[in-house]
Write a protein that binds this ligand. Structure first.
Ligand SMILES: *Cc1c(COP(=O)(O)O)cnc(C)c1O
Length: 408
């Protein structure tokens, strides 16, 4: 494997968990598409918060509350800069991608009606299908699917044909968590805007590998989860253009999101607070900012180049194994490999790998329609991060070969 400028052995020292053993073997963590590991730099920020300035935000006049508020708002600005949003209040801090999508899906209830159409891609995560189905049930709008080919690439000609002045919303993931496909979102957004439709891009799987510039993309909504970019669980982002966030009604009622409350009428707070009812995940938000800092220090260009090397090496070597099939062979893809061995259930491969200390995901990866498309119950998915090594890929290859001999 050629060497990129990324020094993986130094980077690995930042991740204490990578030193542990599982079933008496060194941990080989290849489930990064489900959640990433957390570097010491981010763990330190979490500890510092609870040791030194834990307080509720935006409320108290006291020093701790002010400190926590400042740090929380600094994190929002870090996130804004990272995604190049025009205004910091276009960044809504949520509990994660699922929450972000539900805010939009719920908000659109009052903006669409029977006869309108919503387009979703065939390779969506369940969190990007179910809220739209619920929205269609509430409103009578129709859900239409942008199909894909055997390689796991969207059929863009069909997409163009599906678009019409009835289309009000288009939803697509930036990168598929089950197949690794990088979708042509620039084109998706541009074409949707020509018919006046809004676009939500689910960036949960893209954020660990590349940086989306929301202004350059001209995207209406973009969502991510912190736990996939070396941050903690339970916190994420909804980016929305100001004009859309102003149009959407709030999702939840509660403290923080109001300007004035009487029993007759409540007026809502300005952005971003309108969508941030209740006490948020304060520590999580601050750690989210620290996680982006950490990844930016390594550099997304270095990350992408290094992960691509791992992907190419792992793909080439896996395909040398007889009767192994990879699902998701798009031209443009990130370091996710979904595969099966003929005649073997993915779960059995996953269990044997686990005994060897190797963590992969098996099953439908919250994307059952993709599995139905390929007529399979699920796949084994190995997903690589910038802290994985070639030796770990070798451990996977050896493990898969061993599983094959045991199971066939
Ligand atoms: C992980 C993931 C989600 C869901 O994220 P949560 O953090 O569970 O809300 C949605 N879409 C994609 C593409 C994902 O990879």
């Amino acid at each position: 494997m050629p060497k990129t400028s990324l020094d993986v052995n130094t980077i690995r020292k930042d991740f204490p968990i990578l030193n542990r053993e599982v079933n008496g073997k060194p941990l080989v963590y290849l489930d990064n598409a489900a959640t990433s590991q957390t570097p010491q730099q981010v763990i330190d920020v979490i500890v510092d918060y609870y040791q030194n300035y834990n307080a509720n935000i935006h409320r108290g006049v006291h020093a701790l509350s002010q400190e926590a508020t400042d740090k929380y708002e600094e994190a929002r600005i870090k996130i804004q800069k990272h995604f190049n949003a025009e205004k910091s209040y276009e960044i809504i801090l949520t509990s994660g991608t699922t929450h972000s999508i539900n805010i939009v899906a719920n908000g659109f209830s009052s903006l669409i009606k029977k006869g309108d159409e919503i387009l979703v891609s065939a390779m969506e995560h369940h969190s990007n299908i179910v809220p739209w189905q619920m929205l269609c049930e509430r409103t009578g709008a129709e859900l239409k699917v942008i199909p894909m080919n055997q390689d796991g690439e969207l059929l863009m000609e069909v997409y163009s044909e599906l678009l019409s002045n009835k289309t009000k919303l288009v939803f697509c993931n930036h990168i598929s968590n089950a197949l690794g496909t990088i979708n042509p979102i620039e084109e998706i957004i541009e074409k949707a805007h020509k018919v006046g439709a809004a676009v939500l891009i689910d960036g949960a799987q893209a954020a660990p590998h590349l940086v989306a510039d929301v202004q350059k993309l001209d995207v209406d909504f973009y969502t991510i989860s912190a736990h996939k970019v070396c941050g903690p669980t339970g916190v994420g982002m909804l980016y929305g253009k100001e004009e859309w966030l102003k149009k959407l009604p709030p999702y939840q009622g509660g403290g923080e999101m109001i300007a004035e409350v009487t029993f007759e009428k409540t007026t809502y707070a300005d952005l971003p607070h309108k969508f941030e009812a209740g006490t948020p995940n304060i520590c999580g938000g601050i750690a989210f900012g620290a996680a982006l800092d950490y990844m930016n220090t390594i550099g997304f260009e270095n990350i992408a180049a290094y992960e691509h090397e791992l992907l190419v090496y792992a793909t080439t070597e896996l395909l040398k194994i007889d009767s192994l099939k990879i699902y998701g062979t798009a031209q443009q893809k990130t370091s996710v490999i979904s595969f099966n061995i003929d005649g073997v259930h993915p779960y059995d491969i996953g269990s044997i790998l686990d005994k060897l200390g190797i963590a992969v995901r098996t099953g439908h990866h919250c994307a059952q329609p993709i599995m139905d498309f390929y007529k399979i119950p699920g796949t084994v998915r190995a997903s690589f991060s910038f802290y994985n090594t070639q030796e770990e890929v070798d451990a996977l290859l050896a493990g898969v070969k061993r599983a094959k001999t045991m199971l066939l």
